[in-house]
Each structure stands twice: as structure tokens, then as C-alpha cells.
Design a protein around this ligand. Sequence first.
Ligand SMILES: [Zn+2]
Length: 122
Amino acid sequence: MNTAYTPGTVPTAPYGWNQQTSVSPASPYTPQPEFVKAPYELITTVVPVGPHSTRLVCFNCRREITTNIIKKPSTMAYVSSLLCCIVGCFWGPCLIPFCMDQCMNIEHKCPKCEAYLGRYQY
Ligand SMILES: [Zn+2]
């Protein structure tokens, strides 16, 4: 028997394929709300960072990196400096808080993608 397809002929379905059944569905069809996936999945992990560069996996570019640290004066530095100015210590002494580590925040950033990874406060 030759079962290969020959152009111009319609293959016949096996017996029973196009028979209609009279079984009604158990419950009416209710369309389910379509799940819309977010364009990207944001994974946030709280990584404890210290005052020095830390080796970790960047959550943004997923590479293993050693963080770049940037020292920025904290609010306490500005308040201390303002207090010095009010008391009368202009020029030199009012800048001392900006040189103290205790008044600085240390921000950790990824050297590859510049993503902010965390902050350390004294
Ligand atoms: Zn990165």
C-alpha cells in the first residue's frame, strides 16, 4: 500500500475524527485573565556593605565585581557644619565635619554598570 502524499488528493481522516459528539461541557467556559509578565524582573537583595570595597555580584549586570566606593557627606556633616557657623567657628572649623569619617556616608556602586548597590553609614 502506498501511503505517500500525492498532490491533488485530500488524505482521509481515520474513522471517528469528524464525528460530532453531544457531550455538553460541565461548566460554561470562562476566559481566564491573561497573565501579563513584567518586561523585566527586578530582584533586590540587601547586601550588607561595609566601609570598604566589597566583592559581590551586581544585581543589575549580574557580574562579580568589587564595588567602587564614593564618600559623601551625610546630613550630620551639614548640620554639624551649620552649628559651627552659628557658634562662630567660620572657615576652618566648620569644615572639620566634612573630613570626619563619622559624618560621611559611603556609597557602593558597580564599576561596570554604575548601578547603586548600597550605602554604609558610620
Ligand atoms: Zn553592574
